[in-house]
Design a protein around this ligand. Sequence first.
Ligand code: P6P
Length: 355
Amino acid sequence: MVQTQTGRSQPDPLDRGYYLDRDCTTLSRHVLQQLKSFGPDAQDISALMNRIGLAGKLIARRLSRAGLVEGTLGFTGDVNVQGEEVKQMDLYSNAVFISTFKQSGLVCRLASEEMEKPYYIPENCPIGRYTLLYDPLDGSSNLDVNLNVGSIFAIRQQEGDDEDGAALDLLQHGRKQLAAGYILYGPSTLLVYSIGTGVHSFTLDPSLGEFILAQENITVPEHGPVYSVNEGNFWQWDESFRDYARYVHRHEGYTARYSGALVGDIHRILCQGGVFLYPGTAKKPEGKLRLLYESAPMAFLMEQAGGRASTGTQDILDVIPEKLHQRTPLVIGSKEDVALVESFIQDRKRRDSEG
Ligand code: P6P
């Protein structure tokens, strides 16, 4: 490493060893390094993360030619369990995860935003006792205008045999997650993950066909300038969220950034600090974002990065879902900025109770 003029240490461009070693730090190797183990459980998680990487590569490949390949843009004409119009790429991405994990031998069940019920892979049970929860292509409405989209994933241990297919063991708090992360399909394809030993990012090197370690132990700043929210919903929000919006409008040092795709918006917060929020609205008082495969994985990551994630009144990771596709309000990002949003909720509650 060499010192820059600003005193920061950075890799020595002449140190070929550093770059070769970095290029050899693939996802599966990194997981084993993080777990400091080559035991069966570590090998399982390493293999699962490798499969996530494969799914990301397959989706990234198709996205890179979206306008050129038949059946990649536009809608299928169906509506999914969320009541949302299904995009061609939503179906393709969902199928990619199913195919990728069918062959994994590790995953018994896949629970997806795109499927009302979990998808079972009996041949993988009882050897593989894991469940993959995922949003195969988050923010797919950005696709037709070539803006960033993402995949979100979480891995949980299957508990019990789930013989009746009710998947009740999935209805547990987010601290049961073994691994969580996202793939951001942007100018480059990034895979960001945590297995509870910090947050690490990998960049897809198309020339190698590998995700290569880019940054280890990412920490979110305690405070940041960005607030990310769809202010088009302002008049549908609870007064406390309006109070917060008025505060950031009237105080220097804040900047609004909102892409309409959760993965890109949260990645910006992870890198620069600040807060992303999707409050409940008059139409959707429980919020829009799903708990088990959007908010809980993101909350796992953000806490691992030193940030926070709450509903506004309760930590996301403590919420116990009552149904697979349960939605939740979400306030996530830098500790100080999440606390600021929560303070407006507490103030409003106090004022309402004082009458
Ligand atoms: P709105 C995409 O549909 C998504 O689920 C998230 O990726 C995103 O943060 C949110 O919805 C955007 O919702 O109502 O602002 O368009």
